[in-house]
Design a protein around this ligand. Structure first.
Ligand code: URA
Length: 209
């Protein structure tokens, strides 16, 4: 899948292993999700444009690079996506945050929207959707549609863990959208959990189980 980037770095692999372990407590789980998000943000922002500036060092005048202003919106899918926000805003402090709340109807298995609050200037911003787990792909496909309907032209998606089923669904629906993840696991089980995965990311982040 040409638009899928697995962020391949020893620190990412190390932190991901600790995140997966069932004995990792919520406090540490939250910290690891934040750290992994910041590490992945390096890769996601690799294309950010630079511009020249004239500066003076203690030695001489010189022309060097700084980031050209780039307007970004981070869009966590509630609730687990919230765990990734701080890791991204640490790297992109000026980013605005838009929220999308979805649940899966247990009968139709379709995404149902219960909350949406996006910046009014979202159509001029690069959108980075964050959700730790790409399982069936239903939530992220729905969120991409919300952002496209809001006028977003530049959308990226970042997960910590993905699986082949979810990647196939999202890339079939939106082949043009870049997806970043720290690992692609084996498969989904009959309860739509990623295997080997890490369990329920929302429950582990917020200690609700
Ligand atoms: N959501 C989770 O939190 N975990 C999974 O394994 C799949 C979806």
């Amino acid at each position: 899948m040409q638009n899928v980037t697995v962020v391949d770095h020893p620190l990412v692999a190390h932190k991901l292993t600790h995140l997966r372990k069932m004995e990792t407590p919520s406090r540490e789980f939250r910290e690891l999700v934040k750290e992994l998000s910041s590490l992945m943000a390096w890769e996601v922002t690799k294309h950010f444009p630079l511009k020249d500036v004239d500066i003076e060092t203690p030695i001489c005048k010189t022309t060097q690079k700084v980031l050209a202003e780039k307007d970004v919106v981070i869009v966590p899918i509630l609730r687990a996506g919230l765990g990734m926000v701080e890791g991204f805003t640490n790297i992109i402090p000026k980013a605005k945050i838009g929220h999308v709340g979805l649940y899966r109807d247990p009968e139709t298995l379709k995404a149902v929207e219960y909350y949406k609050k996006l910046p009014t200037d979202i159509s001029e911003r690069e959108a980075i959707i964050v959700d730790p787990m790409l399982a069936t792909g239903v939530s992220v496909i729905y969120t991409i549609k919300i952002l496209k309907d809001a006028g977003c032209k530049n959308i990226k998606v970042v997960h910590i863990l993905a699986c082949p089923e979810g990647l196939k669904a999202v890339t079939a629906a939106y082949p043009e959208i870049p997806i970043f993840c720290a690992a692609i696991d084996d498969r989904l089980n009959e309860h739509a959990y990623i295997v080997p995965g890490l369990g329920d990311a929302g429950d582990r982040l917020f200690g609700t189980k």
